[in-house]
Design a protein around this ligand. Structure first.
Ligand code: SF4
Length: 304
C-alpha cells in the first residue's frame, strides 16, 4: 500500500500542483512541502511558478493573499477552518477616527490581516520590512494595525514618527511567559534569546535578537559559534531550525507556544483537497482586491 507521502506525490503530479507550507505548519506537513517559508515569501514565489494549483498549508489570510497575487491559479486550503485571530483584530472605526484626527496619516497594515483590513490601509508591511517602510514614508503620523506589539517595536526604531496603536495581538506571542524565558536563561546561560516582534514587551526586553521567523532561522544558521538558542516564537519553526543547525539545541518556553490553527492541519487534509479541489479560495470582491493590491504594491515599492 502506498504511504501518504507517495499518494501526495502522485496527486501533485496528476494535478500539476505545488505545496507551500508556512513555518508554523506541523512537521509532517513541512516534510512533504515543495517550499517552506513565511506567508508573503510563499505568495510571491508562487507568482513565478508554472503550477496552476497551489496547496497553501497555512491560515485563511495567507490563502487570500496568495489568491490576490495569483488570481489565475487555484489556491487550495487543506484546513478551511484554520484562521488567525489577529488577522481580524481591528475595527474600521479605529481607522476612520484616526484619518479624521490626523491630516497626513498613513495607515500601515501588518500583512497578517484580512484583505478587507488591507484595503483600508495605505501600505502593508511584513515583520521583516516594517521598520524600513515606516522610515521611508513621508507621513509623520502612523496608525499601525492590527498588531500593537509589532507597532511598538517599529516605533522604537523610528522615533521621528508619531505612532497611534491599535489593540490587536497574536495570542500565541502575547501570552508567552517572560518568567519561563528567564528560567531558560538561568538553565542555559550560554544560549542566545531570539524572539519575534509579535511578542510582548517583557519578552522583547530579554532578547539578543528580535526578528521575523525567517530572520530567526537566518540568525541561528549564521551564528555557528553559538550552540544553544532560546526561541520566542511558535514552536513549529523548530523543523527548519533543526534542518539548518542540526548541531544546535533549541529551547522553547515550557508552555510551548503553538498555533492551534496551524498545527491541526493533517496530511489527510492535503490529500483530500488535492483529490477533490475542495476549499478553493474565492477571489475577494473586485474593489476590495484592487485596494488591498495597492497597499501590497506600495510595500514592494517602499521596501526597495
Ligand atoms: S501564530 Fe499568531 S499571528 Fe501567526 S497565524 Fe497563529 S495566531 Fe496568527
Amino acid at each position: 500500500m502506498n504511504t501518504k507521502k507517495e499518494i501526495i506525490q502522485q496527486l501533485k503530479e496528476e494535478k500539476n500542483a505545488v505545496i507551500l507550507a508556512h513555518y508554523y505548519a506541523p512537521p509532517e506537513v513541512q516534510e512533504i512541502a515543495d517550499y517552506i517559508g513565511d506567508s508573503f515569501y510563499l505568495s510571491k514565489l508562487a507568482v513565478n511558478l508554472d503550477n496552476p494549483v497551489l496547496v497553501f498549508c497555512g491560515v485563511s489570510f495567507m490563502g487570500e493573499s496568495a489568491k490576490i497575487l495569483n488570481p489565475d491559479k487555484t489556491v487550495l486550503m487543506p484546513d478551511a477552518s484554520a484562521d488567525c485571530p489577529m488577522a481580524h483584530m481591528v475595527d474600521r472605526s479605529v481607522v476612520d477616527a484616526a484619518r479624521e484626527q490626523y491630516e497626513d496619516l498613513a495607515v500601515v497594515c501588518y500583512i497578517n490581516s484580512t484583505a478587507e483590513i488591507k484595503s483600508w490601509s495605505d501600505v502593508c508591511v511584513t515583520s521583516a520590512n516594517a521598520v524600513k517602510i515606516v522610515r521611508n514614508l513621508p507621513n509623520k503620523n502612523i496608525l499601525f494595525i492590527p498588531d500593537r506589539n509589532l507597532g511598538h517595536f517599529v516605533a522604537k526604531q523610528a522615533p521621528e514618527k508619531h505612532f497611534i496603536y491599535n489593540e490587536g495581538y497574536c495570542p500565541r506571542h502575547e501570552f508567552m511567559s517572560a518568567d519561563e524565558v528567564r528560567q531558560l536563561k538561568e538553565a542555559h546561560p550560554q544560549a542566545q534569546v531570539l524572539v519575534h516582534p509579535e511578542c510582548n514587551a517583557q519578552i522583547l526586553a530579554l532578547a539578543d535578537y528580535i526578528g521575523s521567523t525567517s530572520g530567526i532561522i537566518k540568525y541561528a544558521a549564521e551564528h555557528t559559534e553559538c550552540e544553544e538558542f532560546i526561541i520566542g516564537t511558535v514552536s513549529g519553526v523548530v523543523y527548519k531550525l533543526n534542518e539548518s543547525r542540526p548541531d544546535a539545541r533549541f529551547y522553547f518556553p515550557a508552555t510551548r507556544p503553538s498555533c492551534p490553527d496551524m498545527e491541526q492541519m493533517t496530511l489527510d487534509q492535503v490529500i483530500h483537497v488535492l483529490k477533490t479541489g475542495d476549499n478553493a479560495v474565492a477571489m475577494p470582491p473586485e474593489e476590495l482586491t484592487r485596494q488591498a493590491g495597492q497597499a501590497l504594491s506600495r510595500m514592494l515599492e517602499l521596501a526597495r
